[in-house]
Design a protein around this ligand. Structure first.
Ligand SMILES: *Cc1c(COP(=O)(O)O)cnc(C)c1O
Length: 485
């Protein structure tokens, strides 16, 4: 194997701090006391906590080593599709960390929170503009909670018309959270199959859409990385039967400043600020899944709403049609700050450019690898492209084997076995920030791996070879995690 930017021989083992500690070692000393000693309250005496004695070097090395076992976008390319693990510029963290923000408290009165409220108000406006919608709520804490909010809004809208509908149309390419959110709101998700081009056809939607269907949840671009080109026609069909069009906007990274969902028939949608707008993503949060709506749904949005009146900002609870409250206070404010800072530092032109580059990079990978890996939908993609392991079947090498081997070459594996409509799927999303050199290195690594699959399939089946741990029992790793290291 050619020299790679993967791991070398220096993978350090690290024991627990308790195993490392030696009685009498000390990391720092307390200042000399200047008062008389006095005995502790008897309640606090007795056995102290079992803490190891460690020197400063012991502690610093321990945590530095642990931090190096991790892999993130700061370490190298992280081409996980359907997740947009994009680079979040550090300046946005800095802005969110400013003292005025970190010292703010959600229980402060409006009069003392004018700056924070203004940022929320303006961010709502920016997100409405980017999506082509009329109003936005920042409350939901994740994409999935945004979807649930959307479903509650759809329910409230039908209720206000004196209607009660029982079903929601969900395409077979949808993220698992879509049918789950519909079901959580009491709707029955009705699956529709995408066509041979990987998108929804108007005919397929027309077949299932009826007056008992509350609407459709459509992801655009969809989870195959393809733009739902029939969206206008689909929206027309759904609207003609009194339904609403919900767009899962988690893939907005492909179309910022390019496609305005509000102008192509969408009534409401969620954005994932932790995918598209500069909050690091993964590790369980915090996230933010704002929901943007057209005018006719505005009165149903969650409370409180930020309202501006002659330059003063207030939080208003008195909205009789509102679906109520979804989240403690107003949502995850720190994430909103990073999105605000990102949007302001980029400006409209650069947001559009980011999307164009994300799409260009994905299409470059698609073109460069399509003779190496099977490409089920050979047409221009958006921000991600999906391959499969079909060509490797003969060598009995699977998607999982190739993903594991990629780690030996120093790359985080792409998303595998999703979306479910492609057997043995390998889904790659390079994002806009990867340079041509890094993308080329990644492409070369994949080509080398596919060669290895022919020449030495066993090497792949045993991979990874150069990582801290080898092939794990994935079920046991998830069900019985060993957190001791
Ligand atoms: C990530 C994602 C979601 C879910 O978002 P969370 O913030 O993880 O809840 C929903 N739909 C799509 C298409 C996604 O990529």
């Amino acid at each position: 194997m050619a020299e790679s930017i993967g791991t070398t021989g220096l993978i350090l083992n690290e024991p627990l701090l308790w195993e490392k500690g030696k009685k009498g070692r000390c990391g720092f000393s307390l200042p000399r006391r200047d008062v008389e000693p006095s005995p502790l309250d008897p309640v606090f005496t007795g056995e102290g906590p079992d803490l190891p004695d460690l020197s400063e070097v012991d502690v610093v090395r321990h945590y530095t080593r642990l931090s190096q076992w991790n892999f993130g976008v700061d370490t190298g390319m992280y081409p996980l599709g359907s997740c947009t693990m994009k680079y979040s510029p550090k300046t946005n963290e800095r802005q969110a960390g400013l003292l005025g923000f970190t010292g703010a408290h959600p229980l402060l009165p409006d009069t003392l929170s004018q700056g924070a409220l203004r940022i929320m108000f303006e961010l709502e406006q920016y997100l409405s503009e980017i999506t082509g919608m009329d109003a936005t709520t920042l409350q939901p804490a994740a994409g999935a909670q945004g979807e649930l909010t959307g479903m509650l809004l759809i329910y409230a809208c039908h209720k206000s018309r004196g209607e009660r509908r029982s079903k929601i149309i969900v395409p077979d390419t949808a993220h698992g959270t879509n049918p789950a959110s519909a079901a959580l709101c009491g709707y029955r998700p009705i699956a529709v199959e995408s066509n041979e081009k990987g998108i929804l056809s108007a005919e397929a939607v027309s077949e299932v859409m009826d007056e008992d269907t509350a609407g459709i949840m459509i992801t655009n671009p969809n989870t195959l990385g393809l733009f739902e080109e029939n969206i206008l026609k689909i929206a027309e069909i759904v609207h003609s039967k009194g339904g609403l069009v919900y767009c899962d906007g988690a893939n907005m990274n492909a179309v910022m400043g390019v496609a305005q969902m509000g102008k192509i028939g969408v009534d409401l949608m969620q954005l994932n600020l932790h995918k598209t707008f500069s909050t690091p993503h993964g590790g369980g949060g915090p996230g933010s899944g704002p929901v943007c709506v057209k005018k006719h749904l505005k009165s149903f949005l969650p409370v409180p709403r930020v309202v501006e009146n002659e330059g003063r900002y207030t939080l208003v609870e008195n909205c009789p049609d509102s679906i109520g409250k979804l989240q403690a206070f107003y949502g995850n404010f720190g994430v909103m700050l990073k999105a605000y800072s990102y949007i302001r530092t980029m400006g409209p032109k650069n947001l559009k450019r980011a999307s164009q580059l994300a799409v260009l990079n994905a299409n470059y990978i698609k073109e460069m690898l399509k003779d190496t890996l099977h490409l089920p939908f050979d047409r221009p993609c958006m921000h991600e492209c999906v391959f499969s392991d079909k060509y490797q079947k003969a060598d009995h090498v699977t998607t999982l084997d190739m993903a594991k081997r990629l780690m030996d070459y120093g790359f985080h594996p792409p998303t595998i076995y999703f979306p479910l409509v492609v057997q043995g799927a390998i889904m790659m999303e390079p994002t806009e920030t990867e340079s041509k050199e890094d993308i080329d290195r990644y492409i070369e690594a994949f080509k080398a791996i596919v060669n290895e699959a022919k020449e030495d399939p066993e090497l792949l089946r045993q991979a990874p070879h150069k990582c801290k741990v080898r092939r794990l029992d994935e079920t046991a790793a998830a069900r019985k995690p060993c957190l001791a290291g």
